[in-house]
Design a binder for this molecule. Sequence first.
Ligand code: PRP
Ligand code: URA
Length: 211
Amino acid sequence: MGKFQVVTHPLIQHKLTILRQTSTGTKAFRDLVNEIAMLLGYEISRDLPLEDIEIETPITKSIQKTLAGKKLAIVPILRAGIGMVDGILSLVPAAKVGHIGMYRDEETLQPVEYLVKLPEDIDQRQIFVVDPMLATGGSAILAIDSLKKRGAGAANIKFVCLVAAPEGVKALQEAHPDIDIYTAALDEKLNEHGYIVPGLGDAGDRLFGTK
Ligand code: PRP
Ligand code: URA
């Protein structure tokens, strides 16, 4: 079974509390999503491999550590996942970015895939799939199905969100027991419309000001 981790750093909890509030406007919401994504990025990159290189300081030659150059891809689930990309890119600027477009049918709550555009060598990359919300889990499950169909290695996939519902975590773990899941918060439940309670509302609409 992959890892499931709630990342409870005080800065993350503080920023998430502001993010949740109705009174937080679009610009602040966008900034906070990126800031929290960056803080999560610190945790999800913890096991990136290092290698030794020889460098020269003003004093002497020395053997030091550097990232082993493992290829990374950040894959946001559109639309709301886009809000997390820059925060993570600020830590790993050389990462490639793929996109998976998906929306939830508001009646059936079933995800519908409308776009997949990935780096050609996605099968050789460590992949961070990002989406602020893990609600029923349908979107995350379908996005990861899509990646695996294109050769992405399960051991190389981490799903990263800001707010998760227990129902979504369970569904994602059942469908893809081999991936790691990171979230900034594990909330109480879903309501009858498939929204996370207490949650933060519709992440896409709040990020892009569409409602
Ligand atoms: C939201 C969110 C997730 C999905 C989560 O997207 O960004 O992708 O819902 O719900 P699930 O776990 O039940 O699938 P939405 O469908 O609202 O699309 P949008 O990002 O384009 O607004
Ligand atoms: N998608 C959202 O944007 N918010 C939720 O609470 C659930 C799904």
